[in-house]
Design a protein around this ligand. Structure first.
Ligand SMILES: CC(C)(COP(=O)(O)OP(=O)(O)OC[C@H]1O[C@@H](n2cnc3c(N)ncnc32)[C@H](O)[C@@H]1OP(=O)(O)O)[C@@H](O)C(=O)NCCC(=O)NCCS
Length: 163
């Protein structure tokens, strides 16, 4: 991570601001993605998401982007494709702020539920989703390529939250 994008040292990010992502934000978002996801999206994925009208949010603390969320809006419901927080800013409430903003924005569209897929090994993310009352709705066996623990593929856990 370069200095310009380094998150400020803080234990609580309760005052972080949530805003719509724009293309100039993609460099900072990509840095967080690279440090958060073992199989990261590329710059083109983020630009495509923005240009396709996905709900793309960033969290800023003291002008520094510390997290983001990407939601695909479907006909009746929505899918949380990505949510990630800069490693040094985790457990400070940033993902909670991002998710709250997603839910507020979805409420006005009538789209429900919000659903997602998560790697079965991603216990941190599963704990986060369960803390926010997502429920498990299914399992896709061998869904992800490049599983952890030397496996060739990995299961996807399906979760959803009714709005
Ligand atoms: C999952 C992730 C987005 C959570 O972000 P965060 O800003 O740290 O989450 P919050 O601080 O809002 O956490 C809210 C609650 O979720 C739960 N939680 C979050 N991270 C947790 C962890 N590592 N272990 C256990 N519980 C966790 C806790 O209940 C927490 O409340 P608490 O801190 O008061 O105990 C973050 O760990 C991350 O970026 N991970 C890498 C990317 C990823 O896996 N994304 C999801 C798949 S796309």
């Amino acid at each position: 991570m370069n200095q310009a994008h380094r998150a400020p040292a803080a234990l609580s990010f309760a005052s972080a601001e949530i805003d719509l992502m724009r293309e100039p934000d993609v460099d900072a978002v990509l840095e967080i993605e690279l440090s958060s996801n073992p199989h990261p999206w590329t710059r083109d994925h983020f630009v495509d998401a923005l240009r396709s009208g996905y709900l793309c949010l960033i969290a800023r603390e003291q002008s520094v982007i510390v997290g983001f969320a990407i939601v695909r809006l479907l006909v009746d419901d929505a899918e949380l494709l990505l949510i990630a927080v800069e490693p040094s800013a985790r457990r400070g409430g940033v993902a909670t702020l991002l998710l709250n903003s997603v839910l507020d924005r979805l409420a006005s569209t009538g789209k429900s539920p919000l659903h997602l897929e998560v790697r079965a090994s991603n216990s941190n993310a599963i704990s986060f989703y369960e803390s926010r009352k997502f429920v498990r709705t299914g399992l896709r066996k061998n869904y992800y390529p490049n599983g952890v623990h030397g496996n060739q593929r990995e299961d996807a856990l399906l979760m959803q939250l009714a709005l």
